[in-house]
Design a protein around this ligand. Structure first.
Ligand code: LLP
Length: 438
């Protein structure tokens, strides 16, 4: 039952809360998070670093799911925060997240975004390319303000995952190339600047990664270069940020490692490499998104229409789809699901779960074994906690679902359901729309 259990009424329960009661109160589709599980994941990462005796920061990659309550939860668990836009930064500020623990990412931060980061004096800016480096230097010089930075490097690693979520390979829009000399030139430029304090390097090799090989290779390449630069430039990094990307189990086909194992292997590799160099051990920072919140989220849908294609398949449609979970359409991502209102009923048939958007690609799950389901049943799709709400959209003018946090039998509405009024609140009718170019 994913993260949940079955209660005495025979319903799926998440965080001790009856999912059927939840949809009666809040409607469908509904995202429900098991808060205890997020806390456990966060504590697991932190504990592993503590046990290894390494100074670390675990930054929650808020792109996975950004909301005020979620960021407050990250703060309660002592995480740092990775933001990639003014919008994510604004959300963090509104959640009163300690700004010194915020790291700002992105391959095209605008001037406005850089000023905003400096206004709030955030922990560090992860500089992605030369034009940003020059721009930031200029802005900091004008403001006479110092800022801590990491340089994002591309170590030329091909992690085995979907092409669209690969990021560490050589031909990538992200980062300074580590191998061809760009990264060293960037370091020299940054060290030259009075206002930029270079903490160290950052890399992120991809997402939903099941092995440690890529991380270890990245560490080897980066520390190799750092060691060269220690000789040539005299640079001693304080921080090595190895990004996120730790995989989770969406279906039985997935075979991720326990989160602690990624960290352990990475840290041990870094310790060995550093021991063999002239460098001193830097702080290790990581940026998990999916592995903190992915399996803690479940989406509840009401089953509606069905359609049989004789001798081919049976489609069962739910009241959401690519508007609340675009991952199957975008990455052919696979999910598992059960009926939340009768999870113990035996499987009777194989069906394919369709969304309600006007798009043939709007399929959530192909070939799912289920009891015979019909209108009024409730489908619970597991592992939707990362890149679900955060990539949701209003295609077909479908309002975004609500989000509930469930913990120890208590449910809290943390994001309200979008209303039709919300959908049109930026629209101007023709008679209100003044001519603006005269
Ligand atoms: N740090 C950086 C610099 C990143 O670019 C990302 C993800 C993360 C950390 C967090 O990665 P995670 O631990 O969540 O794998 N929308 C895609 C995933 C895109 C990830 C982009 N960057 C999906 O739904 O699978």
């Amino acid at each position: 039952y994913g993260t949940g259990g079955v209660n005495e009424r025979g319903h799926l329960e998440i965080g001790g809360v009856d999912t059927i009661e939840l949809i009666e109160q809040f409607g469908t589709p509904l995202y429900v998070y098991d808060v205890e599980l997020i806390r456990e994941r966060a504590r697991g990462f932190k504990r592993t670093f503590e046990e290894l005796g390494v100074t670390a920061q675990v930054a929650y990659a808020s792109k996975a799911f950004s909301s005020i309550a979620m960021i407050q939860l990250a703060e309660q668990e002592g995480l740092s925060l990775d933001v990639v836009s003014a919008g994510e930064l604004y959300t963090a500020i509104k959640a009163n997240f300690p700004t010194e623990r915020i790291h700002f990412h992105g391959n095209n931060k605008s001037e406005e975004e850089l000023h905003m980061a400096l206004d709030y004096d955030i922990g560090c800016i992860v500089v992605d390319n030369f034009s940003e480096l020059t721009l930031l230097e200029e802005i900091c010089t004008n403001r006479e303000q110092k800022v801590k930075i990491l340089l994002r490097v591309t170590p030329g690693i091909e992690a085995h995952t979907h092409d669209y979520i690969l990021t560490g390979q050589e031909d990538s829009k992200f980062g300074f190339d580590l191998i061809n000399g760009q990264a060293e030139a960037a370091l020299r430029q940054a060290l030259h600047s009075e206002f930029l304090e270079v903490l160290g390097l950052h890399c992120h090799i991809g997402s939903q990664i099941f092995q440690t090989t890529g991380f270890l290779l990245a560490a080897q390449k980066i520390i190799g270069k750092l060691s060269d630069w220690h000789g040539s430039v005299g640079f001693q990094p304080q921080v090595l940020n190895l990004g996120g990307g730790f995989g989770i189990r969406y279906t039985q086909e997935d075979d991720p490692l326990p989160a602690s194992q990624y960290v352990e292997e990475i840290v041990r590799e870094v310790q060995n490499l550093i021991a063999d160099s002239d460098l001193v051990m830097p702080e290790i920072w990581i940026e998990p998104g999916r592995s903190l919140v992915g399996d803690a989220g479940v989406t509840l849908y009401k089953v509606g229409s069905e359609k049989e294609v004789p001798n081919v398949r049976k489609y069962i449609a739910v009241d959401g789809g690519m508007s609340d979970n675009i991952r199957p359409a975008l990455y052919e991502a696979k999910y598992d699901a059960i009926l939340a209102n009768r999870p113990l009923d035996p499987v009777e048939e194989t069906v394919s779960i369709a969304g309600k958007c006007c798009e043939s690609g709007d399929m959530l799950i192909w070939d799912l074994p289920l009891p015979k389901a019909g209108r009024g049943d409730v489908l619970a799709v597991f592992c939707t906690g990362a890149y679900g709400y955060s990539m949701s959209n209003n295609y077909n003018r479908i309002p975004r679902p609500a989000v509930v946090f469930a913990e120890k039998g208590e449910a809290r509405l943390v994001i309200k359901r979008e209303t039709y009024e919300d959908l049109i609140h930026l629209d101007l009718a023709l008679h209100e729309a003044a001519v603006v170019n005269k």
